[in-house]
Ligand binder design. Sequence first.
Ligand SMILES: NC(=O)C1=CN([C@@H]2O[C@H](COP(=O)(O)OP(=O)(O)OC[C@H]3O[C@@H](n4cnc5c(N)ncnc54)[C@H](O)[C@@H]3O)[C@@H](O)[C@H]2O)[C@@H](O)CC1
Ligand SMILES: [K+]
Length: 464
Amino acid sequence: MIPVVTPEEMGAVDAAAPEPTEVLVGRAGAATARAALDLLGGAYGRRVVVVAGKGNNGADGRAAADRLRRRGVRLEVLDAADLPDHLPAADLLVDAAYGTGFRGDWTPPAAPEGAAVLAVDVPSGVDGLTGEAHGRPWAADRTVTFAALKPGLLLGDGPSLAGTVEVADIGLDVSGARAHVVEGADVARWLPDRPRDAHKWRAACWVVAGSPGMTGAAHLAAAGAQRAGAGYVRLSTPGLAEDPGAPTEVVGVELPAEGWADRVLDGVDRIVAVAVGPGLGTGDAAAAGVRALVGAADRPPVVVDGDGLTALADDVDGDLTTARARPGHGPATGPTVVLTPHDGEMARLGGEPGAPDRLAAVRDLAARRGAVVLSKGSPTVVADPDGRVVLVTAGDARLATAGTGDVLTGALAALLAQGLAPFEAAAAAAHLHGRAGALAWRRGLVAGDVAAHLPAALTELPED
Ligand SMILES: NC(=O)C1=CN([C@@H]2O[C@H](COP(=O)(O)OP(=O)(O)OC[C@H]3O[C@@H](n4cnc5c(N)ncnc54)[C@H](O)[C@@H]3O)[C@@H](O)[C@H]2O)[C@@H](O)CC1
Ligand SMILES: [K+]
């Protein structure tokens, strides 16, 4: 996992550093110079313009300039507060105007034509916490950031303005980071090895979704569960007796339209995880069923999505979602519910989808609900009630198509069923789901394709 540290947290890390700022600036300058040489493909005779402000970000840029000059680079250092209307011609522009200490708007003159742009720590003018661009910052080809990623490089305008982001170690201790970006190696580590004596019941899940006449979401969720490694998938659409369109390998179990939660609770003996909500409808019986199931003290871990989330809207203090799983069913401590809202559902749950500090907003909702919250988006943010947060950057705009959320819900249930704790299951599901989309078609992707490519996403994980 790659640590992500807010500018404020970075201040504390900095204050705790045993070394003086000049030493850190020297290392930051060295890392910047290395990235510059890499972008330039050489040193001698190359033209570099460094725009440096008066803070530490500017100091990093000046330290880099000193190193590059010694290597034979033709260098010009310009003061960010006093720029000409036209910047001199250059092969590379180093943007060290402002870092995380910037306030206000930054609309500099155009970058020299044809010059690559290297941003120091963050593209100047981009808020290190929110990713919001203030003014019209330069779009960097590459950003070299120090010690840890900053949320602003991953959120809002950050990803499109930062280019390729590289984290340089400058000797600061970020082991206390509360947020991380998930990598494939993490997912590989969390997934259990399939034991030699594996039998289908080891990873059995039950998808309760859909409504009579509306079974698409249920089928997609079931397919997501199958393709993410569930050994056995049971599917029930309350009030629907026959479901000939369900995936072949799925085991259909009939549930009544009303009072179905008790039937689920009676039948979960060998079921390790439940998914509830997609396409269930917002009628009273559906909502009552969700509340009864989620609030039962005696249920397996459960992932709640779609209409299931609407049913929980009034449970503002998490009285239902903090219910404990039955002994032997799910984790002995920690949350047993995963909520997977998109922005609209997050607002319905009392969360703040548009909050400038998105990590804090998801963390707050998780704490209030006593549940893991997976906030869908680019990136997807997963928070545990204990304050841990992960960002999943694997997904992209291709996933913004109907039904992909249902596939994610099923995949998450399958990972819970394989024994992952809710926080890791949510992070892993989001990662695999994003990778499945990326491994499928560039255009014309439908949700079923995402499910179909989950095995490829699992297969490409590095060997643990
Ligand atoms: N935190 C750390 O541990 C380290 C931070 N470093 C660098 O330090 C940066 C943060 O440094 P600073 O806090 O000095 O802040 P910055 O260098 O980001 O800029 C703040 C400076 O610009 C001024 N300023 C702010 N808004 C302005 C505006 N609209 N117009 C004109 N001037 C404005 C401020 O008064 C201050 O002097 C990081 O982004 C990183 O590049 C590195 O030097 C290495 C270590
Ligand atoms: K900068």
